[in-house]
Design a protein around this ligand. Structure first.
Ligand code: AHR
Length: 509
């Protein structure tokens, strides 16, 4: 086997844990132009809309089969008071969005608008409640307003605002980053708060909440340990009747440091590899948090929710620093494809992940032009679309007996090839990333326990890692059909150009 051929063994008949479709989840915060100008333009806008929601954005996102959408933050969630966002729009109070640019928030996009957006997208809502500056009563009444049927004060209020039937809401966040912008709490203090808030977030009728405790930043395993420990009070034993069903974690990828994260588009090869190394550490991150959880919950009943992930670059020159608007290149696409391979490998514990954020903020799927009706789909959008067949599929283990090609980056070994596979309804989907900036590589898929039929392959690639889409060149980075896959005696051989992402779908017999 020559150096640039990587053997990879996949047993098509040995199905692993199901990849939750929710790891393809999304996040929309009242931040910059994510909601206003992104998802929502108001009923009077010239841009085609339904109830103020941009229909071109909805149409583009429907192609991704978005499983859930987290809202209203982020840091914004812990200063959001839901009652400000219901009722006649001209009577809704105005507030200051202190976290994000200090701009005024007119509350025109509130609970009803968010639920309408979820219905248009065909997605499940994930509501992030206010622990930092809210009250238990406020959160409890929001759950009642949304999900209770019959007659009660909040039900009457909902009906007065035009919604007769309760909505179905499963995913409920108990605050956000409570170690920081969500209240600067200690882990011990927050664990008590999480239990208190969870107690009063009731299940009404057949609406069963899945309560998500606000978790750690990065590798702060002690935070997860405290949440797990105080959930059970039982030490290293099985968690009985948990008050919350998952703990979250946040992890962002950038090439520099928090003060200077690097440019989204002007970067060199060293910064590229540093970025990929940082993204690859998501594997270590999930393993570390899962190991802590295994001690308290070996049955894996409590899930990990990585409800903020993705690249975070310096804002585009000339834009509001508080709006977190950044371009999105082929590098971002590879960060996304690498994350998904890691998510697929952690299907036993990772129940949800939400990219930050869907429109106009951080590693977005869609960038809308502030001065026109134009929108562009980013390279990251295309990875989500190419990979959507993994949603709710059985993970398939990929073994690489000869190892993976690697290079030293910042004193650590970085594998420059990443592969994952899944099986659903007698079809298999392979995702393959060549993370090397310059060298092409081939992956020899040694398929056992079944054989594959005619393949359908697609590639996302660009001459330069810095390539990105703009209104003038919307398809500079876009998927195309790919003929670099051949049938071999063992299975398939896939040629991967430098810095490219390829998917191969095939029926299995
Ligand atoms: O996604 C942007 C911000 O990053 C979120 O508001 C916050 O939770 C995190 O620090």
């Amino acid at each position: 086997m020559s150096d640039n051929v990587v053997p990879a063994v996949v047993n098509l008949d040995l199905e692993g844990p199901t990849i939750s479709r929710h790891v393809y989840g999304h996040f929309a915060e009242h931040l910059g132009r994510c909601i206003y100008g992104g998802f929502y333009v108001g009923e009077d806008a010239d841009i085609p809309n339904e109830g103020g929601i941009r229909l071109d954005v909805v149409e583009a996102l429907r192609a991704l089969d978005i499983p859930n959408l987290r809202w209203p933050g982020g840091c914004f969630a812990d200063e959001y008071h839901w009652r400000d966002g219901i009722g006649p729009k001209d009577e809704r109070p105005v507030m200051v969005n202190t976290h994000w640019g200090g701009v005024e928030e007119n509350n025109h996009f509130g609970t009803h608008e968010f639920m309408a957006l979820c219905e248009l997208l065909g997605t499940e809502p994930y509501i992030s409640g206010n622990v930092g500056s809210g009250t238990v009563q406020e959160m409890s009444e929001w759950v009642e307003y949304l999900t209770r049927e019959g007659d009660s004060p909040m039900v009457r209020l909902r009906k007065a605002n035009g919604r007769e039937e309760p909505w179905k809401v499963k995913y409920w966040g108990l605050g956000n980053e409570t170690w920081g912008c969500g209240g600067n709490m200690s882990a011990e203090h927050y664990a008590n708060e999480a239990r208190r808030y969870a107690t009063y977030c009731r299940d009404y009728g057949d609406n069963k909440l899945y309560r998500i405790a606000a978790g750690a930043s990065d590798f702060s395993y002690a935070w997860t340990e405290t949440l797990m420990q105080q959930l059970s009070h039982l030490g290293c034993q099985r968690v009985e009747r948990p008050l919350y069903q998952a703990v979250s974690v946040h992890y962002y990828t950038f090439a520099g440091n928090w003060d200077d994260k690097g440019s989204a588009t002007a970067f060199d090869a060293d910064q590229y590899y540093t970025t990929i190394l940082k993204a690859a550490r998501t594997d270590e991150l999930l393993t570390g948090h899962a190991n802590v959880m295994d001690c308290y919950d070996p049955q894996k009943e409590i899930g990990i929710v990585l409800d903020e992930w993705g690249t975070w670059w310096n804002v585009e020159p000339g834009t509001n620093p508080g709006f977190l608007y950044q371009q999105n290149t082929m590098r971002d696409a590879l960060v996304a494809s690498l994350h998904f391979d890691i998510f697929h490998r952690h299907a036993d514990r990772l129940v949800m992940a939400n990219i930050a954020q869907t429109v106009n903020v951080l590693q977005a799927m869609i960038l809308t032009d502030p001065d026109s009706e134009a929108l562009v789909l980013t390279p990251t959008y295309h990875v989500f679309e190419m990979n959507k067949g993994h949603q709710d599929a059985a993970s398939l283990r990929v073994d690489t007996p000869a190892g993976l090609p690697s290079r030293e980056v910042d004193g650590q070994a970085l594998s420059t090839v990443s592969v994952s596979a899944s099986r659903k309804d007698d079809a298999v989907l392979f995702s393959l990333s060549n993370l090397d900036a310059e060298e092409a590589v081939e992956v020899e898929l040694d398929l056992r326990g079944g054989s594959v039929g005619k393949t359908a392959s697609r590639i996302l690639a660009a001459e330069a890692l810095q390539a990105h889409n703009t209104p003038e060149a919307p398809d500079a980075v876009a998927p195309r059909e790919y003929d670099g896959v051949s049938v071999t005696g063992k299975g398939l051989r896939v040629r991967l150009p430098a810095h490219s992402f390829v998917t191969v779908a095939a029926p299995v017999a």
